[in-house]
Design a binder for this molecule. Structure first.
Ligand code: MTE
Ligand code: MO
Length: 506
């Protein structure tokens, strides 16, 4: 039989666990030193590839909620266990101070162990204080084991225990709410991004893309450039690395004639270019939203690569990011790449690889390593992060024409406008064809002006007079004259294929 006090201690310990996490969050926010982060990272790293792939296919972006939820539960459980041990010790020795000291020290060690003493000191202290506050202070207002035993678990005493325990739980939830609100007021997310070094030319490029854009009926449609805040994200980690420009460096390792480390200032002193580059994730649905375009400021990789004298037997390189991400692909593709430190004229945002990422023309998004720290030249091919999980996404992107939801609008004259973006990597988009009769007949869509950039999408638009329910189908033809693959397939392993279809009512 579980005694009243044991049950009470279990509830108090759970409350203490929650308060410890909230205390850490109050200090750190959603950052690397938050106590949940290392556990979440461990869960992500330890989850077998097939399960990751299954979760992404089944739940899409909501899959993140599963590992994050699990990580929260584990960390609450860990702090709760420490608090429980303290409460039990207090009951056993009848010395609350001993229990509180044990719980406080134990939770401080736990928090510091999770986040590291240097980064997480304050967060650890607050977690420990929360555990002590919840586990110990209420113990003085709630009848202890002896009292309840003496009272023979009388209904009156049991009632008091229950009421006061509920009071502590309510207080904890209040604390959680207060930390969430407190964090929001502390948050500096709205701080504008600084201009990127050497980004003067980016403004002219942005203007050029803007004037190449088609005008649309809908204001919700992006033109040729995706605004920074709306550019898609794909991250293996829930918590973005925090790397400052002065901390950052890139090292060429492995099979090189001479190893080399490049610092941020050295990189940004090199010849700068402003390239429009489109990214598309191999894991997205056929008509998914993980396709975006920006003007990136950076410098070509080729001269740096040549300077280290690559010697590997497989003509392949493993690129690694600060978040533990890695991807391997041919050096020939890498040599065409670009080391970017600016995005739409601003310094690279934290979520897009601050301070430096790589951009590989024409290949799937996964080759564009963010927070890039190392380029290792190899003798034998090795799998990258996504290849270990069943994808084959290091090659060239497939051709796609998207028909966006907000791209289907009715004009004032009753015509229907259809619009989207089309992308075929370095092959370029030659034509987009639209059918409004389920694929029996096809018309060429109007395209945005071609740009000089090697790896950039185009916009398309088509208007027609509706007369019934229309089965709309769109398909693109790339610069080599090849038509978008008709056969339908899901994203695993080589990216979704098929033609986007939509029923449009008059
Ligand atoms: N370091 C690192 N680089 C990464 C990833 C990552 O998780 N970590 N995700 C990759 C994937 S799968 C894609 S599609 C692109 C997305 O880039 P974005 O988040 O800037 O849109 O980044 C790639 N580079
Ligand atoms: Mo991706």
């Amino acid at each position: 039989m579980i005694s009243v006090t044991e049950r009470r201690d279990t509830v108090l310990a759970a409350a203490a666990g929650i308060a410890a996490v909230a205390g850490s969050y109050l200090v750190t926010g959603w950052a690397l030193s938050f106590v949940v982060r290392p556990v979440d990272q461990a869960i992500v790293n330890l989850t077998p590839g097939p399960i990751v792939t299954f979760a992404i296919e089944t739940f899409g972006d909501a899959g993140h909620l599963i590992h994050i939820g699990l990580a929260f539960a584990v960390v609450v459980g860990l702090f709760g266990a420490v608090a429980f041990a303290g409460l039990r010790l207090a009951a056993r020795t009848d010395r609350r101070a001993i229990g509180a000291a044990t719980a406080g020290a134990g939770s401080w060690l736990l928090a510091a162990g999770l986040t590291g003493i240097s980064t997480g000191a304050l967060s650890a202290a607050l977690s420990a204080a929360a555990v002590v506050a919840i586990g110990w202070l209420p113990a003085s207002v709630i009848p202890a084991a002896d009292d309840t035993a003496a009272a023979g678990d009388s209904p009156a005493v049991m009632d008091a225990v229950r009421r006061r325990t509920l009071g502590v739980v309510a207080g904890t939830l209040g604390f959680v709410a207060a930390t969430a609100i407190g964090r929001r007021s502390l948050a500096t997310d709205d701080e504008p991004l600084a201009e990127a070094p050497r980004s003067e030319g980016a403004t002219a490029r942005l203007r050029e893309l803007d004037s190449a854009s088609l005008a649309f009926k809908s204001d919700d449609l992006h033109g040729m450039v995706t605004p920074i805040g709306e550019f898609y994200h794909v991250d293996i980690a829930e918590f973005e690395p925090e790397v400052t420009a002065s901390e950052w460096s890139l090292t060429f390792t492995g099979e090189t004639g001479s190893e080399r480390t490049v610092a941020f200032d050295e990189l940004t002193d090199r010849p700068a270019e402003h390239r429009a580059v489109t990214l598309r994730c191999v894991g997205e649905d056929l008509n998914g939203r993980k396709l975006d375009n920006a003007v990136w400021t950076g410098t070509p990789i080729r001269p740096l690569l040549e300077s280290v004298d690559p010697e590997g037997d497989c003509n392949c390189a493993m690129l690694r990011g600060e978040d533990g991400y890695y991807v391997q692909f041919p050096v020939d593709a890498l040599a065409e790449g670009f080391l970017a430190w600016g995005m739409n004229g601003k310094e690279l945002p934290a979520g897009h690889g601050h301070p430096v990422r790589v951009l590989i023309p024409g290949h799937w998004g996964e080759t564009n390593v963010k927070w890039l720290t190392e380029i290792e030249l190899l003798n034998v091919e090795e799998d990258g992060y996504w290849e270990e999980r069943g994808w084959e996404g290091t090659g060239e992107v497939k051709t796609v024409a998207k028909l966006w939801d907000e791209g289907i609008t009715e004009r004032d004259n009753g015509q229907i406008e259809l619009a989207g973006h089309a992308y075929a990597g370095t092959r370029g988009i030659e034509r987009v064809e639209v059918s409004t009769d389920g694929g029996d007949s096809w018309t060429d869509a109007t395209l945005s002006d071609p740009l000089p950039d090697a790896d950039v999408w185009r916009q398309w638009r088509h208007t027609f007079d509706p007369d019934a329910t229309h089965e709309v189908v769109v398909r693109a033809i790339d610069g080599t004259g090849a038509r978008q693959i008709r056969e339908e397939s899901g994203s695993v392993p080589t990216g979704a294929s098929g033609w986007v279809r939509r029923t449009v009512e008059e």
